[in-house]
Structure formats: C-alpha cells, structure tokens
Write a protein that binds this ligand. Structure first.
Ligand code: DMJ
Length: 639
C-alpha cells in the first residue's frame, strides 16, 4: 500500500513509469488480483491456525485446538492402539472441566498440574475409576459436581477397603483341635526355615541354592532381584512371622531396584512381583508396596504395543522393547501368559485411578472373544500381529492353565459382575468336559491334551490346579452343573493324589500318563522330577474349604512329611530329580513359589476358614491374595 501513496514532490509511481490511462487501469487490476492471491495463500500454509485465529470467531478456534491437543496426548500417553477403546478416556486427555472455551493459560496450567500429579491425576475430577469386573467408568464419587480449580490427586481409600472385608485377614476363630494346630505350626516352622536360609545365603538374589549355599539370579525377571522376598512377603505376614516380615519389608524399602535393564517374562513379573506387592499392600496398607507395584506395572505397558494389543511374552524393562519367546511358534504369544494379567491389572487401575491397565486387559478379552475357537477350545498359541491361532495345541496344564483360572476368578473378584468372564469360563469348561476329560482303564479321571484333534493322554503337575479351580466354580454354580463339577473336581484331585502315592517319595512327577499300561505315573525319564510345585496342595486346600472332607487334610499332611523327608536339606528345601527313588537326588534350587504357594496353601489347609477367607479374597496364580470388590457394603453390616 505504501508504494501507492503519492509522496510530496514526487509523481505517483504508475505515473512516474509514464503509463497511460488504460495501462494504469490494467496495472491496478493486476495489482488487486495479486493481493487477493496473497491473502488466500495464508490459509494454505502448513500451519494456518495462527492466521485462522486472527480471522475466525474465537469459539471455533478454541475448539479446534482443544481437539487436536486431546488426540496428540492420547497418542503419546499410550504407545498402543488405544483408539479402539472407546469406553475410556485417553490416559492423559485434558481434564474434563477445561472446556474448549476456557482461556488458554488456564488450560495450560491444568495440563501442567496433570502431568506433575502423575497418572492418578489423569482421571476426571472428583471421580473414582470403577475397574472391577472389566469395567472402567469414571463415576462421581459423591454425586456432587466436580470443583473447577481444586482437585486432589487420586487417592485409594484403604480404610474403606478394610471395612468392606467380611473377616479379619488373619482370621479370628478359635476352638480347633490340638493336632490341627500342631500341624499348622510345623508348616510355619518350615516357612521360617526356608526364609532364614534364603536370608542368610541369598538375600537379594532371586532364589536360594540350598546345597551350595548361595544365590541364583536366572534370566526370567529382566534384572529384577529378590523374587523370593516379594513372593514370601504375604506368606510371612499371614503366618505371623513378624520379624521375618519386617526383614523382607526392609529389603523392599532399601534395596528393591526397579531401574533395571534386561529381558523379563511379562507373565512371571506380573504374577510374582506385581501380585506379591499388591497382595502385601492390601494386607498391610503400607504405601511402599503399592507404589512399587504401580511403578513396575508402568514398565510392563510397552509389551502391549502390538497390532492387536495382545502383548508379547518378553520385555526389556529398561528399553521397553518386547518380543516373543524364541520357542513359541511363529512369533506367537502364549494363552496362559497374556490370559493371566487380568486380576493384577484391574487392581493396578483400582489403586492408581489410571484406567490404562484395565484397558489393556479388556482389549485382550475382546480379541479372544472374537476369534473362532476350534470345537469351543482355546489353543495355546496366538499371533499378536493377526490375532489368529498359530497352532492347535490345547492344554489345561502348561501354556493354557491360568487363563481358565483367571476367568472364573475375574468373575468372583468383580463380586460376580463380570458376566462375560463367567460365560467364557462356562463355555470353555463345557468344551473341555466334552473333548478332553477322560477315564483311564483303572477308573482314574484325567484331563488330556489336544493336538489338532488328536489326544495326548498325559497330565502335567501344573494341570493339577484344575481340581481346585473347578471346585471353586462349582461352589458358585447351581443345579446339575454344581453337582457334576464338584464331582469332577474331586475326581481330578484324587487322580493327582494318585500321582503322588504311586511314587517312592510320595511326591508327584512333573507329568504323568495314561497310556501304554501306565496309570498316573511318569513314563519318561525327563518327566520324573518334582520342583516343589504347589498345584496338588492348592487343590487340596480348595476342596478342604469347600467340602470339609478330612481326607484332604490327610493328603496335605502326607505332602508335608514327604517334603521333610526328601526335600529338606541343611540349608533350605530343594527340588528332586526323580520322585521314583529315595536315593538323594536334589536339584539345588529352592523355588520362590515354594514360599509363595506351596507352604501358604499347606498352612491354609490347617487354618480355620476365615484366614484369608474365600469370601473376601481370590488368589492370583502365584497364591497372592487379591481382594474381592464387595459392592454391597451395607449388606455386610458396614457403614
Ligand atoms: C507358579 O509360578 C504359578 O503357579 C504358575 O501359574 C505356574 N507355575 C508355578 C508353580 O508351579
């Protein structure tokens, strides 16, 4: 414009150029065209929002920038495909009360506050994430409208949770017979012996090597240490081994380092570390266990970064890179691994107020419910890329086992609200009954494995947990199914007991068969070992609690005696290489699950039913108790 102004003493510049009238007119026409073009080009620049804000009404501008900020924070807050999880807000979405029209400075302040308060603050103000039962809904805590400016970070109400329990966690009944008490005390002494030796020779390592009196680290936990400490915590607490519990707690406070860099099994870290920490938090209310569980839980999230959201089996806890087990066919993920995250991940969301954990496991459910099941059965290998089965091997033992366990326990933990889990469990069990449950020539009931339609007549020690699981499901069924499943549970448990009594040590082999003339015995040298596994005593514990038939306590006591005779060594307990010989053949390993599971289930077998009552708790697959979400506090006589 300035160039067109006629300066004093100077001719206008078109005139100065010596142009005539028609030429001047054409020149002006050209100039105005040029200006229109420049103005329009402003809107074609890559980031035209700056200019749009100048020319468009203010409201529309705010709305445009707000939606773009929400979608970018969704992508960065969660590295996986959260776009297909419509029921929950993105983990770091803008606070709800920052309306699109709110001044930018206020919105920025809120965003900064959200980041500083961490994941717990990323939920709607004044709301509590309801995650039990596979739901993750933000609900006003009091029905009052949320405050606009002051919002406290999310805080789990521990006192309220404690009031919701029907029974004291360590029980309160008395009147048992002296023999039961003496047996329980014996098991407590075994726990103290196992812990004391671990503490003396291997504290901070993952397991104790009781023959060589040193520690073992292994490569399952990605550089994490102290697997035995974390696995033992809740057992020490329940057994009232106070001093030993304090020793374990101190190690967690002072030495448990989560900044590690190594390849970990997602499944093992979840069931042992996260399960152990969560359970101990719920039992004691000590914050350190909760914060460690949440921190570790965050480290596992990148494993879900796959096209389907089905996690891979191995994760580097430092870099977050994940991959499938080398031995798993075609890069597949394992049913028992990705199917055994549900209980712990729901509790991580419950305690943090961050729905991301619940979303991850809900997505696994969605993939599983969509995929076609051959004869209604769930094969063990699934591609995390396509979401299709990779191989048709079905087993209720290794590779499949705890997937089924977590279905029925999800339903129970949700106070029977998670009906999807119950239906999946019922349907799966029906298919198992139809295709896999068999009776041997000698009349023993067992659950075979299935390879593309061909049966393998073997049961692994791991499959022996199913007696307890089926009994637990039966207890909460009705009519014909209740009776049938209770009988099936008792028969399976009896078969597993047979696998113990038919050995020279009275401990059971890793796998036993029902073919070529064998009945509940191992036929291969490589399947004769016993590594202090819990599954058989786990079923005894459930069947005792649900039927009170004395034989389950007798059978449990047989195991105690066999452990003392064949597994107890000078500095702890060791697995054995061959259950069919009484000549010592120790494997020099005290597994952490011996303290978490085997000794805990044995102890509970000789306790009153109100110690870790089945009305209040479900056990994760490593025997760490997680609370049932009682929704009817009033009915329980609580405020
Ligand atoms: C434990 O770590 C868990 O019970 C898991 O589900 C399977 N195996 C071991 C114990 O045998």
């Amino acid at each position: 414009m300035v160039v067109l102004r006629k300066l004093p003493g100077m001719p206008g510049w078109p005139a100065a150029l010596g142009l005539r009238l028609p030429q001047k007119f054409l020149f002006l026409l050209f100039l105005s065209g040029l200006l229109t073009l420049c103005f329009g080009a402003l809107f074609l620049l890559p980031d035209s929002s700056r200019f749009k804000r100048l020319f468009l009404p203010r409201r529309a501008t705010a709305s445009a920038s707000s939606s773009s900020s929400a979608s970018s924070s969704s992508a960065s807050s969660s590295s996986t495909r959260d776009t297909d999880l419509p029921r929950s807000p993105p983990a770091a979405a803008e606070p709800r009360h920052a309306s699109p029209a709110a001044p930018r400075r206020l919105r920025e302040k809120l965003r900064t506050a959200t980041r500083m308060a961490g994941p717990a603050a990323r939920t709607a103000p004044g709301s509590r994430q309801q995650v039990q039962g596979g739901e993750s809904r933000a609900q006003p805590a009091s029905g009052a409208p949320p405050a606009r400016e002051t919002r406290a970070p999310f805080r789990f109400d521990y006192e309220r949770f404690r009031r919701s329990l029907r029974h004291p966690v360590r029980g309160g009944r008395s009147g048992e017979d002296p023999e039961t008490r003496a047996r329980r005390m014996k098991i407590k002494e075994m726990m103290k012996f196992a812990w004391d030796n671990y503490k003396q020779y291997a504290l901070g390592k993952n397991e104790l090597r009781p023959l060589t009196k040193n520690g073992h680290i292994g490569n399952m936990f990605g550089g994490l240490r102290g697997a035995t400490v974390i696995d033992a915590l809740d057992t020490l607490y329940i057994m009232e081994l106070e001093e030993e519990f304090q020793e374990a707690k101190q190690w967690v406070e002072k030495s448990f380092d989560l900044n590690v860099n190594g390849e970990a099994s997602l499944f093992e870290v979840n069931i042992r570390y996260i399960g152990g920490l969560l359970a101990t938090y719920y039992l004691t209310g000590e914050e350190v266990f909760k914060s460690k569980a949440l921190e570790l839980g965050e480290k596992l999230l990148p494993a879900f970064n796959t096209p389907t959201g089905i996690p891979r089996g191995v994760i580097n806890l430092g870099s977050g890179m994940s991959w499938s087990w080398g031995w798993a066919s075609a890069g597949s993920s394992i049913l028992a691994e990705f199917g055994t995250l549900h209980l712990e991940f729901l509790h991580l969301s419950e305690l943090s107020g961050n729905p991301v954990f619940a979303e991850k496991v809900r997505n696994i459910r969605r993939v599983l419910s969509r995929v076609e099941k051959p004869q209604g059965l769930y094969p063990n290998f699934l591609s995390p890329v396509t979401g299709s089965w990779v191989q048709h091997h079905v087993s209720i033992g290794g590779l499949g086992d705890s997937f089924y366990e977590y279905l029925i326990k999800s339903w129970l933990m949700s106070d029977k609200k998670d009906s999807e889990a119950k239906k999946m469990y019922d349907d799966a069990l029906e298919a198992i009954e139809k295709h896999l449950v068999k009776k041997s020539a000698g009349g023993l009931t067992y659950i075979a494995e299935w390879r593309g339609g061909i049966l393998d007549h073997k049961m692994g020690h791991l499959a022996c947990f199913s007696g307890g699981m089926i009994a637990l499901g039966a207890e909460h069924s009705t009519g014909d199914r209740r009776q049938r499943h209770m009988e099936l549970a008792a028969e399976i448990t009896s078969t597993c007991h047979e696998s113990y009594t038919r050995s020279d040590t009275k401990l059971g082999p890793e796998a036993f068969r029902f073919d070529a003339g064998s009945e509940a015995t191992a036929t291969r040298l490589s399947e004769r070992y016993y590594i202090l596994r819990p599954e058989v005593v786990e079923s005894y514990m459930y069947l005792w609690r649900l039927t009170h038939q004395p034989k389950y306590r007798h059978w449990g006591w047989e195991v105690v005696q066999a452990l003392e005779k064949h597994c107890r060594v000078e500095a702890g307990f060791s697995g054995i290489r061959d259950v069919y010989t009484t000549t010592p053949n120790h494997d020099n390993m005290q597994q952490s699950f011996f303290l978490a599971e085997t000794l805990k289930y044995l102890y509970l077998l000789f306790c009153e039913d109100d110690v870790l009552s089945l009305e209040d708790w479900v056990f994760n697959t490593e025997a760490h108790p997680l609370p049932i979400n009682h929704t009817d506090l009033k009915a329980a006589g609580q405020p």
